[in-house]
Design a protein around this ligand. Structure first.
Ligand SMILES: *[C@@H]1O[C@H](CO)[C@@H](O)[C@H](O)[C@H]1NC(C)=O
Length: 511
């Protein structure tokens, strides 16, 4: 009993030991409260400032862009990378909501998120802008099927990229057992609508990659590209980086793969190949690349053909639209013009019509044996008295004729001359200008408002001389320098200029 009474007395009065304990607990609670408040404030801050002004967090975001809806390993890839320490945020980017839906792993931590690029009428703009979803310094572009195995590849890639100076702005690591990685050089000329791949001169230092690789670059660099995530992802990436002079280094690091081959059936492989071809075609069309030369020398054409319209519209003020975009004649058009010129010359020669290279066409032949790189048609002079020798020209008098090769012969509506079009759809053409001699001077009845469209002494045609042109040999005036300077002015062969400098001048640095 006495003990119980003593205990009751103890509850009223604190012993020194109990007081110290209570104080320590109170202090602890206070410290905990302030720490948690500070943490909450720190967590809020970046969101309040918005992604644009926030300095990038160190580390990287894993970005998955290339996968097929109908068969992919995206959830497994995401899970494998989320198991790394530290776990990177994983962003899966698709054009449209994938179907069937991806079963992405949720958090803890950043987890994996899906970003759909297709516009959605009820969403804010940032919802579909990938750069608004990446807050790290680096982005690792990871192909479907790549696995992370805790060997620290991503850290090594970041270290390697940090150590790079100069033009190397990307590093890459192949994914084992998927498509082998090729290191290529890539030259892109927008002026010539062309991209040329070659085997890389320096091993491991590339302008482009083909195959499956993880590519690491700075988010700032990736999202400063005109179209950072267009598909096919690596094709699009390297066309844009080649134009900026950026290189990619292949590291002595590689990733394992989840499954091989990636697609389990030949039908799915066929579907994937077809889709890849379609997106490649769309990409090159968007970029205005019409001729691609592969590293083995094969050519791919993405421009106009006999079955499509000409790839530029009606020409105003002698200045075709592509000159205003600082581009020259699309290579498919040059090719079609060469083909048409060669064909027409063959027909004229076979039927005994005397002809000669005229105007800008002769100028191109004199300068470099070809069509001037920004020209849009081919001009030939012919003897008017020889026209009846050629059945196609005779028939063209009565209306347009499609010949057996698909070329269209017609009398021009603009005046007394003939026009041969590449095809019914594609109106690239060779113009034939009939001249006749009058007192030793070659003249004609229709004149265009061009400085070079003038009479000239017939002695330039006596005799006609062969001249290499556009891959064959055509007839040209003798003393073609005298002929061209009479028409265009002195020094015309040495001093190239666009057809109408008042509208658009040639930038001499482009030559
Ligand atoms: C984005 O690119 C342009 C030129 O292409 C360059 O001038 C600019 O500095 C770049 N911005 C960043 C943030 O890298």
């Amino acid at each position: 009993m006495g003990g119980a009474g003593g205990g009751g007395g103890g509850a009223m009065r604190l012993s020194p030991c109990q007081a110290v304990l209570a104080l320590a607990i109170a202090l602890n609670l206070l410290v905990l409260y302030y720490v948690s408040r500070l943490q909450r404030r720190a967590a809020r801050r970046p969101r309040e400032r918005g992604p644009a002004s926030a300095a990038p967090r160190p580390g990287l975001t894993v970005l998955l862009r290339e996968f097929e809806d109908f068969e992919n390993y995206v959830p497994e890839v995401a899970r494998a990378f989320l198991r790394q320490r530290p776990a990177p945020p994983v962003l899966v980017v698709a054009d449209a909501p994938p179907y069937p839906p991806l079963r992405l792993p949720p958090g803890p931590g950043p987890g994996a998120r899906l970003l759909v690029l297709r516009p959605a009428a009820d969403q804010p703009a940032a919802a579909r802008r990938p750069e608004a979803h990446v807050s790290t310094e680096f982005v690792a572009l990871v192909p479907d099927g790549a696995r992370a195995d805790g060997a620290g590849q991503l850290e090594r890639m970041q270290e390697a990229l940090r150590a790079e100076r100069g033009s190397v702005r990307m590093v890459a690591a192949p994914v084992r057992a998927l498509r082998p990685l090729q290191c290529l050089d890539l030259r892109v000329s927008l002026r010539r609508w062309a991209a040329e791949y070659r085997a890389a001169a320096a091993p491991g230092l590339c302008g482009a990659l083909r195959g499956d690789a993880v590519v690491l670059l700075r988010a700032r660099d990736l999202f400063n590209l005109s179209t950072p995530l267009a598909r096919p992802l690596l094709t699009s990436l390297f066309v844009q980086t080649a134009l900026r002079g950026w290189a990619v280094r292949v590291l002595d690091v590689s990733f394992p793969s989840l499954h091989q081959p990636l697609l389990t059936s030949s039908h799915n492989q066929w579907k994937a190949d077809r889709r890849a071809q379609a997106s490649r075609r769309r990409l090159f069309q968007d970029f205005g690349i019409k001729r691609v030369v592969l590293e083995d020398g094969r050519e791919q054409w993405y421009g106009c053909s006999k079955e499509t319209p000409r790839c530029f519209g009606t020409v105003h003020d002698d200045t075709p639209e592509y000159l205003y975009q600082d581009r020259w004649t699309p290579p498919c058009c040059l090719r079609a013009l060469r083909e048409t010129a060669r064909y027409v010359v063959g027909v004229l020669e076979a039927s005994g019509v005397r002809y000669w290279l005229e105007g800008g066409t002769l100028l191109g032949a004199a300068r470099h044996g070809d069509i001037i790189p920004w020209d849009y048609d081919v001009d030939l002079g012919i003897y008017l008295e020889d026209v009846p020798n050629c059945e196609l020209l005779r028939s063209a008098e009565a209306g347009s004729v499609v010949d057996e090769k698909g070329f269209v012969w017609e009398k021009a509506i603009e005046g007394d001359f003939y026009r041969v079009q590449y095809s019914e759809h594609n109106h690239l053409h060779v113009d034939l200008w009939p001249f006749y001699p009058k007192n030793g001077v070659m003249t004609k009845d229709t004149w265009m408002d061009h400085r070079q469209d003038v009479e000239f002494p017939e002695h330039f045609l006596k005799p006609l001389v062969p001249l290499p042109f556009a891959g064959f040999t055509a007839m040209a005036p003798n003393n073609h320098r005298g002929f061209l300077e009479l028409k265009f002015g002195a020094g015309v062969i040495e001093n190239p200029e666009y057809p109408n400098p008042a509208r658009k001048r040639l930038d001499k640095g482009a030559l």
